[in-house]
Unconditional design. Structure first.
Length: 80
């Protein structure tokens, strides 16, 4: 889940599938929580391009740091 504000606050974007373009949620996310058994990558550009942050299963980031308000796409990482 992506949150529009730090510390898991604000609007929420939920998905269990790859999203090549977050649309209206582009450049909005400030915190993240992975609630399944997959590792996910959150990318600074559409179509899984550019800088990314990798979040392991059951991990949370209360602040996305260098990618704060920069996430535009996301997907699970196969085999991790």
């Amino acid at each position: 889940m992506l949150y529009s504000e730090a510390n898991f606050q604000g609007r929420v974007f939920r998905t269990s599938a790859a999203v090549p373009d977050l649309g209206r949620f582009n450049n909005v996310a400030s915190s993240d929580r992975v609630n399944n058994n997959q590792t996910w990558r959150f990318y600074a550009q559409k179509n899984f391009q550019g800088d990314f942050v990798e979040i392991k299963p059951r991990q949370s980031l209360a602040n996305l740091g260098r990618l704060n308000n920069r996430i535009e796409s996301l997907r699970a990482v196969p085999g991790r």
